[in-house]
Design a binder for this molecule. Sequence first.
Ligand code: DAT
Ligand code: MG
Length: 151
Amino acid sequence: MSSERTFIAVKPDGVQRGLVGEIIARFERKGFKLVALKMLQPSTEQAQGHYTDLSSKPFFNALVEYFSSGPIVGMVWEGKNVVKSGRMLLGATNPADSLPGTIRGDYAVDVGRNVCHGSDAVESAKREIAFWFKPEELVSWTSHSANQIYE
Ligand code: DAT
Ligand code: MG
């Protein structure tokens, strides 16, 4: 099984609204494997670094202020096509377009309060994982369920 990793974060609104467990549960139930997890309070500089690709957008300053407004829970999830599937679990960026059944579709209303982050490509996932985690914080382990999840 070629395994891929993605960076998923519960944003400050998701933490404040008590959605950490709900978001973790959806990735667990799907069959993905958690390989790193931490709670932290992002600094302004960390928020800017995380969203560096969006620095020219008109909403960048508000985004950085929001992302650094309270603790986040950052995670690395591993599995087949986990980057794309993770984005499907999150739902469309704007919750007005996110389907019911997705995290944003079920729990968010405004694009600037969409409760979760997920890497949008394998390359950006690599960058974001390295940005938030030290290599030794990523745990290699074998799930007992691997043979039930993968053929
Ligand atoms: P995503 O989080 O789905 O990867 P993105 O990378 O394009 O979306 O943007 C990062 C975040 O910025 C997004 O989760 C919410 C905010 N954002 C995006 N587009 C926005 C807009 N048009 N107005 C306000 N905030 C926006
Ligand atoms: Mg993005």
